[in-house]
Design a binder for this molecule. Sequence first.
Ligand SMILES: C[S@@+](CC[C@H](N)C(=O)[O-])C[C@H]1O[C@@H](n2cnc3c(N)ncnc32)[C@H](O)[C@@H]1O
Length: 317
Amino acid sequence: MSGLMDRAFGSEADAAEVKDSTALLEQQAVMYQAMLAEHEATIRETQAVVRAREATVREREAVVREREAEISALRAGRDAPGRITPPSGGDLGDCIRAVLPQLDGWCTLRKALWLAELVSNMSGTRIGEIGVYGGKSLIPMALAARNRPGAMVYAIEPWSNSVAVEQATSAENDQWWREVDLYRIKLGFVSAIMDCGLTGMVKLIELPSDEARRAFHAMQGYRFDLLHVDGSHAEGQALADVKNWLPLVAPGGILVLDDIGWDSVMKARDYLRENCDVISEIVEENDVSYGAYRTRPVPALAAQPEAWAAALSEVLA
Ligand SMILES: C[S@@+](CC[C@H](N)C(=O)[O-])C[C@H]1O[C@@H](n2cnc3c(N)ncnc32)[C@H](O)[C@@H]1O
C-alpha cells in the first residue's frame, strides 16, 4: 500500500514538476519569440538603411560617371586645339596674315607685321617675350626669325590666373583674368608652335617675369637683341618689368613695350623714354598702342663711376 501511495505521490510530484517546467518553457518561448520579433524588426530596419545607402551610392556613382564624362570631353577638347594651317607658299607677310587670325591674343595685324619687320631688320638672334598668352605677338616674331641660323625665341609666361591678378588693375580686368582658361590658351600656343614648325627655336619659360629674370641673370652675360614686354599691365609690375629687364637687353638692342597709352603703363614708358632712344611709338585705333626703344651703348667705366658703384653694390649685396 505504502509503495502504491509513494508511486501515486511520486507521479503527482513529477506531473507538477513537468507542469512547472512546461510553464517555464512556454514563458521562455514567449520571451524568445518577442526577442526574435525584435531582432526581425532590427533586421528589417537595417535592411531599409542598407537599401537607402545603396540608392545613395548608385546616385553618387551616376554623378561621378557624369563628371568623368565631362572631364574626358573637356580633355578631348583641350588636347585637340584647332590646328593652325600656315600657307605652304608666299612671303613672311602672307604667312602672318594667314596665321594671325587663328591665334588667341590681342596683337593686331599692323603690330604683328611691325614686330616681324623689327626682327627682320635687327642684327642679332636672341628674342624674348614677357606675356605670351596664345602667341599672337610671339609667333610673328618667330616666323620672321626662323631662317636666321641660331635664332632663339624665349616665351616667358606662367599661364597662371593667380599670377595674372597678383597686382591689381581694374576690377573688371582682374575678374576676366581670374576666369580665363589659361591652360587651354597654353595648349593652343604649344600646338600652334608645332603646326608652324617652330619647336626647335621657341623655348618656354613657364615662370612669372620676376623669377624668369633671376634665371636669365644666372646665365652670365646673356643679352636679348629684342625683348617684347607685354606681361602684367599693373603699374608696379609694368615698371618693374621694364626696369629689371632693360639691363638684359644688349646695348643697341630693342625693347618693345605694349600698351604705352595705358595710364598704368605710363611710368614704364617714361622710364624707357629717359633711358633709351625712341625708335617709334605707334597709336592705333581701339586703344592699341606700342613703342620700340633702342638701348644705349654702355658708357665706359670711367664715364659713369656712380652707376658702376651702384651696380657693383647690388651684385655684392
Ligand atoms: C596682354 S597678355 C599678352 C598678349 C600677347 N602678347 C598678345 O599680343 O596677344 C598678358 C600676358 O601676361 C601674362 N602675365 C601676367 N602677369 C605676368 C607676370 N608677372 N610675368 C609674366 N607674365 C605675366 C598673362 O598671363 C598674360 O598671358
